[in-house]
Design a protein around this ligand. Structure first.
Ligand SMILES: Cc1cc2nc3c(=O)[nH]c(=O)nc-3n(C[C@H](O)[C@H](O)[C@H](O)COP(=O)(O)OP(=O)(O)OC[C@H]3O[C@@H](n4cnc5c(N)ncnc54)[C@H](O)[C@@H]3O)c2cc1C
Length: 402
């Protein structure tokens, strides 16, 4: 495969760019924004992903250089007790935790390493269209930088441009909603030295919804309210006091800090949760990966991990001279299994919220009482990554480091 253009510098696109460059492929990344600054994204690197990065010789430097938090458990706090629903301590010998590491720090770190391997990373380069050859096969892209149009030839164009993928629509591929039941509202507030300890991944249940409390090593708490899908308009009408009252009922020590920052609905960031699929992940000369192919719910926090797994698999196909279209056969079953779980979990959560139930789903409540279950649950959520092709694994982790 001579030349690859990757559209979109999210986790999937940046990892793919790195792996292709390291495997000796000529690759250009087009990222529409001028920087990687972004907030409130999927920032949870799974143990299996960390093992993969370790196999490439990257994990040690990443975790040493980039501030983050290590979460060894996902905890559900009901009024009467706390459930340690998933315990990552047995999930991996090398990385018995999820690394909570903001994309705003992870992406520039990895993009720099991609550049060291010879990748071209174009920031502020916005994809506008696909260029077909006379047989209809895609032979390149049109993009703009500062409003100026450019063209770039490619043997393969990868649409890694996220949930509203323009590559996907330009290729004539439609996304279908599978039915999300919840939306999320996020805000970040400063941490104080005497704040209570957190696992990094804590969910507090209250009648009518849950509140997430995440710690990503930024010196701030990320606080998220779940609300029924499509009801942000009623939050606007009611104002933010009911949300802050709900927070005060489960995290009283944080309420005043949040009240000082959230004075109206515009101070909240809405994530309209979506779960989508597409009929096909590829057309001649184009492949989709990550959210462009399958938007995931934040339930389980694996949108980022599945995008990274797609990138690892596609890099193997390209570097190993396989057919890039085979990505779909290799990845779709795992993605769809996760999406089915997410739809079920969200529907059950919406039903429990409507009924005012504050415990975790009954089945999890029962299973959580069985010794070893939470470790088993963590093993299942490891997100298996493919072994890197020898041409990728064998290459030096970083040219500049030598
Ligand atoms: C606003 C938002 C909030 C999210 N919040 C959460 C959360 O709270 N929890 C959770 O688990 N997951 C969350 N996610 C999902 C999670 O971040 C994704 O699953 C993960 O980042 C997928 O990575 P990706 O590489 O497929 O795509 P993305 O991370 O979406 O990256 C796509 C990239 O493509 C670029 N791009 C888009 N259009 C163009 C174009 N025309 N030309 C060039 N570049 C382009 C974008 O700037 C972006 O950098 C959120 C996603 C979004 C969009």
């Amino acid at each position: 495969m001579a030349r690859v253009v990757v559209v979109g510098g999210g986790p999937g696109g940046v990892l793919l760019t790195y792996l292709l460059a390291r495997g000796g492929v000529e690759v250009t990344l087009l990222e529409g924004r001028h920087d990687f600054a972004r907030r409130f994204r999927g920032d949870t690197l799974a143990p299996g992903v960390l093992e993969y990065l370790d196999d490439l010789g990257l994990a040690h430097d990443l975790l040493a250089e980039v501030p983050h938090t290590r979460s060894d458990a996902f905890r559900w706090h009901a009024p009467e007790r706390t459930y340690r629903l998933v315990d990552y301590r047995g999930a991996s010998k090398r990385f018995p935790y999820y690394a909570l590491l903001p994309q705003a720090r992870f992406l520039p770190w990895l993009a720099d390493r991609a550049r060291e391997h010879g990748a071209t990373v174009l920031m502020g380069a916005r994809f506008s269209d696909l260029l077909p050859d006379e047989d209809g096969r895609v032979r390149g892209v049109r993009y703009t930088v500062d409003g100026q149009p450019h063209e770039l030839d490619a043997d393969l164009v990868v649409g890694a441009d996220g949930r509203s993928s323009k590559v996907r629509s330009a290729a004539g591929i439609e996304a279908t909603e599978l039915g999300a039941s919840l939306d999320l509202l996020w805000v970040a507030v400063d941490q104080h030295p005497d704040d209570p300890a957190s696992s990094g991944l804590d969910l507090f249940a209250r009648p009518g919804g849950t509140i997430a409390l995440l710690d990503q090593g930024t010196g701030q708490w990320q606080v998220g309210w779940s609300i029924p899908a499509g009801t942000f308009a009623s939050v606007r009408e009611a104002g933010v006091e009911p949300l802050i009252d709900a927070l005060a009922s489960v995290l009283p020590w944080l309420a005043e800090r949040v009240r000082a920052v959230v004075t109206g609905p515009n101070d909240l960031t809405l994530l309209p949760v979506r779960i989508t699929t597409v009929d096909t992940w590829s057309k001649a000369g184009v492949v989709l990966l990550g959210d462009a192919a399958h938007v995931m719910s934040p339930v389980g926090g694996n949108g980022i991990n599945l995008a990274l797994a797609d990138a690892a698999e596609l890099a193997n196909l390209v570097v190993g001279n396989g057919d890039p279209a085979e990505l779909e056969a290799r990845r779709r079953p795992a993605v769809e299994a996760e999406q089915r779980r997410q739809v079920r979990t969200e529907q059950a959560a919406a039903a429990r919220n409507a009924a005012g139930d504050t415990g975790p789903p009954t089945v999890l409540r029962v299973l959580a009482s069985i010794p070893g279950f939470s470790t088993l649950a963590a093993r299942r959520s490891r997100v298996p990554m493919p072994a890197p092709e020898p041409a990728i694994a064998g290459a030096r982790p970083s040219v500049a480091a030598d």
